[in-house]
Every structure is written in structure tokens, then in C-alpha cells.
Ligand binder design. Structure first.
Ligand code: ADP
Length: 373
């Protein structure tokens, strides 16, 4: 709507004198606006739902009901037009309710002038248009977001079964060929198996993300983070060539959480340290506690990450490729998953990295305090 367009107002007021007064204000306004009038709640509701007016001027007093109730009822039934509540001199204290219900403004009748009404109307109409545009956009984005989420979940689910099948048959083929073909083409089969395993990890990560995004409440199960750290640490120590070191507090470290998710966090951080550190490197894992938090960190003296690639590390599918790490397999989902899980547990992640020197990735999680237990 442009500055010069005429508006169509609807006045909702059970007092005809007020209508006559308001009509005289509207006639004195700069442009030839139109003022329609209804005197009852029910009639007003009908008009507001129909939505043929640019602005609704609603008296607070409407017989047994009030203007805020009318506004709420109209909004619930899809009215998206701007509404201004008109009040008498002594009516205060409902302004919060009016704004919460979606009123653009409220005006004290005794202070209305043609100028004030024109300005307030124009402002309310523009504001409501902006609001409606944003609301439409939000709905559209939410619909698309849901569609995307459903598609990803479906795709990931549907990929899981054929991948398991391929994996199983590759194992069988490997056994058969070992006995029958000389030399057996094991290297090719191992390549296929490696590729399948990468895809399985991608599917697992995507499904974990979906699951985590769907969780809304807090965690109430105690988890011993120290036991979990020791278990994951030992798994990696046994199968990796780097030198490993672990420090933990003597006592258990209890946090509220989901054990499987926290295990995924540790798993991702340790597997990254192993992947991005040369075989002769060092990996130091530390768990500590302060008054309120469990503090976990994995430090490596591996390839490190160039500074200009650090800002996006936790974005989904982002991989900070360098000369040294270009050929290393990965999905770019691990750190995103770590951050999502830790933040769901009311914690924070942190990292520091120097290209060519190494990296430290860690998190802090609130510990179960004695008074909360
Ligand atoms: P990926 O599957 O690629 O390992 P992540 O989300 O776990 O995905 O990590 C994102 C990127 O962060 C990696 O591709 C890598 O470039 C970098 N990165 C993560 N951990 C380390 C580390 N310990 N040392 C060096 N680079 C790391």
C-alpha cells in the first residue's frame, strides 16, 4: 500500500456517538478513507474473519465481552489484519494482554486526533504487512525444513539395508575367492568394503542427527563419563599406532545424559585425532572436573587446521581439506554431531588448532551436583 492510498477501516463499538465522532476524525484525515461500523461482538467477528478491511479499530468495551477477547477469537479463526484497541480514560492494565493477543497498538479515545489516527493507522498497517510476510516465510521455511528432514531420514533408512547386504556378500565373496583364485583379488574387495563402511558411517551419522534433533526434553539418566572415556580410549589405543596417554580424576565423573550419544561424541573426537595425526604422533586424552563441570579434551600433535578453515568446522558436511588431509576419508558430520549432542546436554564444545602443530578438541558438561541428585 502506498502513502496516498485510501484505507478502509472497520470500527467495532457499541456506542453510536463514538462512531459519529470517529467518522468526523476520519473525514478530517488527509486522504479519503472509508469508515465502516459494527456495534456487536458477533457481527465484528464475522467481518474480521472475512478480512475486507485494512484496519480494525476495536473498542475495549463490547457489552459482555471485551475487545481483547474479540481479537483473540478473530486471530484464532485466521484474521490477519491489523487491530487497534480503543480505550476509555480509566481503562489501564490490559495493554500487555492486547499486545500479546496481536494488537498493533492501543489508543485512548480522549486523545485521538485525526493526525494521530492517521499516523497510528499507517504504522499499524505497515507493521502488520511486514509481520504477515515474515509469518508466511516462516511457514514456508518450516514446511521445506520438514520435507528435507523427512527425505534425509527416508534416504538414510533405505540405504541401511542394501549396505548391510553388500557388506555381507563382500565377506562371503572374499572367503570363496581366497580358496579358489590364486592370487585372490583381496585388495579390490577391501576397497569395496572400505567404501561400504564409509557409507554406513554416513548413514549412522545422519540418523543420529535426526534422532538428536527430535529429542526435546532434558536428560535424567546418570552416566559415568570417566568409565566411558576409559572404554573408548582403550579401544582406540589398541587399534591405532600413535602413542596414547590418558589422565582422569580418581573418582567417577557423573553427568546426566544419554550414554550412547556421549559415546558417539568421544568416538568422533578420538577417531578424528587418530585420522588427522601421523602414525608416529601423540594423542593425549584428559578428563578433569571443576566445581560445576566435567572437562574433557583430546590433544594431538597432528596436521592441525589452517586458521582460515577453522570457522566452519562444526558445520554439517564441512571438511577442512589440506595437502596432508585431502586423501583422508570422512563425512564432515562428526564435529557437527559432537556439537549437537554436547549442546543438548547443556554443555559447550571448544577447540584450538595450529596448522602443522596439532589440535585440541574438547567439551565441558555440567556434572551432577550433590544437591541436585
Ligand atoms: P570428518 O568426517 O571429515 O572427519 P568431522 O566433522 O569430524 O568430519 O571434522 C570436520 C573436519 O575438521 C575434518 O574434515 C578435518 O578437516 C577437521 N578436523 C577434525 N578433527 C581434527 C583434528 N583432530 N586434527 C585436524 N583436523 C581435524
Amino acid at each position: 500500500m502506498t502513502e496516498t492510498e485510501a484505507y478502509r477501516f472497520l470500527l467495532v463499538d457499541d456506542d453510536e456517538d463514538d462512531f459519529v465522532l470517529m467518522r468526523s476524525y476520519v473525514q478530517q484525515m488527509r486522504y479519503a478513507h472509508q469508515l465502516d461500523w459494527v456495534g456487536t461482538y458477533d457481527e465484528a467477528l464475522k467481518w474480521m474473519i472475512q478480512g475486507g478491511h485494512d484496519l480494525y479499530l476495536v473498542d475495549y468495551h463490547l457489552g459482555a465481552k471485551n475487545g481483547v477477547e474479540l481479537l483473540q477469537a478473530a486471530r484464532e479463526r485466521g484474521c490477519r489484519g491489523p487491530v487497534m484497541i480503543l480505550t476509555g480514560q480509566d481503562q489501564t492494565g490490559f495493554d500487555g494482554d492486547a499486545l500479546d493477543a496481536g494488537a498493533a497498538d492501543y489508543l485512548e479515545k480522549a486523545h485521538i486526533t485525526p493526525n494521530l489516527l492517521e499516523r497510528a493507522a499507517r504504522y499499524a498497517i505497515h507493521q502488520q504487512q511486514d509481520h504477515n510476510t515474515l509469518e508466511d516465510l516462516y511457514k514456508k521455511v518450516s514446511r521445506l525444513e520438514k520435507l528435507k528432514t523427512d527425505m534425509i531420514r527416508l534416504a538414510a533408512h533405505d540405504l541401511r539395508t542394501p549396505l548391510t547386504t553388500i557388506n555381507g556378500y563382500v565377506d562371503m565373496l572374499k572367503q570363496d575367492l581366497q580358496a579358489q583364485v590364486d592370487p585372490p583379488p583381496i585388495a579390490y574387495l577391501d576397497e569395496i568394503k572400505g567404501a561400504v563402511q564409509d557409507m554406513q558411517k554416513l548413514v549412522r551419522d545422519i540418523l543420529s542427527l535426526q534422532r538428536i534433533e527430535a529429542i526435546s526434553g532434558g536428560y535424567t539418566t546418570p552416566v559415568d563419563l570417566k568409565a566411558l572415556v576409559k572404554m573408548v580410549f582403550n579401544q582406540y589405543k589398541v587399534k591405532s599406532s600413535q602413542r596414547f596417554m590418558l589422565t582422569t580424576p580418581i573418582a567417577p565423573v557423573q553427568v546426566y545424559g544419554a550414554e550412547q550419544e556421549l559415546r558417539e561424541v568421544l568416538d568422533n573426537l578420538l577417531s578424528n585425532a587418530v585420522k588427522y595425526t601421523p602414525p608416529e604422533g601423540h594423542i593425549v586424552v584428559q578428563l578433569a572436573v571443576d566445581a560445576a563441570y566435567a572437562l574433557f579434551a583430546v590433544e594431538d600433535d597432528g596436521y592441525g587446521i589452517p586458521e582460515d578453515k577453522q570457522a566452519q568446522l562444526f558445520d554439517p558436511f564441512y571438511r577442512a581439506k589440506t595437502r596432508e588431509t585431502r586423501k583422508i576419508d570422512g563425512t564432515g558430520l562428526g564435529l557437527h554431531l559432537v556439537k549437537s549432542i554436547i549442546e543438548r546436554h547443556n554443555g559447550h564444545v571448544h577447540f584450538k588448532s595450529t596448522y602443522g602443530k596439532g589440535s585440541t578438541f574438547g567439551f565441558m558438561l555440567p556434572i551432577m551436583s550433590e544437591k541436585n541428585d
